[in-house]
Design a protein around this ligand. Structure first.
Ligand SMILES: Cc1ncc(COP(=O)(O)O)c(C=O)c1O
Length: 431
């Protein structure tokens, strides 16, 4: 991997951050509660809670409609610029999904670095299927490493042995559930083995590793703005990089592989060379452009990101504080000292017994759950992976699930989750 300075260090440690979170959360909470329709403790509803449209989003969407410009324009440009600035990187390319961002990132690297078809890319054995699908869509081969039983991110122990194999070209650390993978060890292996690093940060906007935001630690990094993510635009994604060549290629790939400086609508002056190049396609590209609407909805959420991270963290702390009484039965999320967790969701592992009984109890009481991204047992990968080769991922597939902790969920919701888990274990809820 190219050496890259960690150029956007935060000035405080995770410990100080969590203390700040609790203080800020108390102040913010009253404010936020006025805007939310609070449930009386029965229905917790969707994992992400109900999406709240703010006046700023409405105003931006009205502006798009009034302008008549629906294709990528000023809102996309501004969102890209501010997203890049937030991460301290040079280039951000907005796409229509996180998956598209991963696909164009991988294809750009493959074309520019000259990787042969079916070269290998190291991926974790626990991630959303989109990570693996993007690799396969680019005619590359995912090669899996098991995950760490505490952080659930890629286990860094086996990756050197995989990385030095011939034909292994890249690694995709996935920051699952909002927690950064061990990027120090991953960058070391990448550097020793000459691998490119593509961060899948789709679940971890706002998380940090050693004071640096995730996304600023790879050659290219990808984010999603699908529902329930830290920034939600309905659909949408972003690929960020410091490398101008990768950036140029990704911008072309989201637009059919077109090789032109600007869309006709953005041509500032008469340029006959550009007009002649209107139909030059350098690569077999994709139609992965966003519209102005996604950027118009996403842009104001950058201003709310810190508040929302604080509320998510407060919700997660609420759950951890009150579920610790069941620590003999449940494994709760890990908050390591060198990383800020962005609490995309709240993963729980049932140590013993049938998780489906607990899930049935929670779901029947209106608490939505999801499994912890089972991958190696998916029918679509039959013949490609053997679940037994990845025992930690298999254990998580069998025993893991998550509940929501988004900014749209309240203290009452969190207390209700604790109450229902306590009820399942036959204990009354103890505050
Ligand atoms: C880890 C991970 N990678 C990729 C994606 C794909 O993002 P999208 O749904 O925007 O395509 C997701 C979606 O949630 C994800 O969780």
């Amino acid at each position: 991997m190219k050496s890259k300075p960690m150029n956007r260090k935060l000035e405080y440690t995770p410990k100080v951050y969590y203390r700040k979170v609790l203080t800020a959360a108390r102040r913010l909470w009253l404010l936020r509660c006025r805007r939310l329709k609070r449930s009386k403790g029965g229905q917790i509803g969707r994992i992400g809670g109900p999406f709240v449209v703010t006046p700023a989003m409405r105003e931006n969407v009205d502006q798009v409609l009034a302008s008549g410009r629906l294709s990528p324009g000023p809102f996309v440009k501004e969102f890209e610029a501010r997203f890049a600035q937030y991460h301290g990187v040079q280039h951000a390319i907005m796409t229509n999904s996180g998956t598209s961002a991963l696909v164009v990132a991988l294809q750009a690297l493959k074309e520019i670095e000259g990787w042969p078809d079916w070269s290998y890319v190291i991926c974790p054995a626990l991630t959303f299927v989109a990570t693996i699908n993007a690799v396969l869509h680019c005619r590359l081969n995912p090669i899996l490493a098991d995950v760490d039983p505490t952080s659930y991110t890629i286990d860094t122990e086996p990756i050197y042995a995989l990385g030095i194999q011939p034909n292994v070209k890249a690694i995709i650390p996935v920051h699952v559930f909002g927690l950064a993978a061990d990027m120090g060890a991953i960058r070391d292996v990448a550097s020793d083995c000459g691998l490119r690093v593509i961060e899948d940060a789709c679940e971890a906007l706002g998380a940090t590793y050693d004071g640096v935001p995730v996304g600023a630690l790879g050659d290219v990094s990808c984010f999603s703005f699908y529902m329930s993510h830290h920034i939600t635009a309905g659909v949408g994604g972003m690929a960020i990089t410091d490398d101008p060549q990768y950036a140029r290629k990704m911008r072309s790939l989201i637009n059919h592989g077109w090789e032109r400086k600007a869309a006709p609508i953005d041509m500032k002056e008469f340029d006959f060379d550009e007009i002649r190049k209107r139909y030059h396609f350098a690569s077999i590209g994709h139609s992965s452009r966003p519209t102005e609407f996604e950027a118009a909805i996403a842009l104001p959420q950058l201003d709310d990101l810190t508040i929302n991270l604080v509320i998510r963290t407060k919700n997660a702390i609420h759950l951890t504080t009150n579920l610790t009484q069941f620590k003999d039965k449940l494994q709760l999320p890990y908050f390591p000292h060198d990383r800020i967790h962005s609490c995309m969701m709240y993963p729980i592992i049932l140590r013993d017994g049938d998780k489906w009984e607990l899930i049935r109890h929670l779901e029947s009481n209106g608490i939505e759950t999801r499994e912890m991204l089972p991958l190696t047992n998916q029918p679509c990968y039959k013949g490609l992976f053997d679940e037994d080769d990845y025992p930690v991922a298999k254990w998580i597939n069998e025993q893991g699930f998550y509940v929501g902790c988004s900014q749209y969920l309240t203290d009452e919701h969190m207390a209700y989750v604790v109450e229902k888990i306590g009820e399942y274990f036959g204990r009354t809820y103890q505050h």
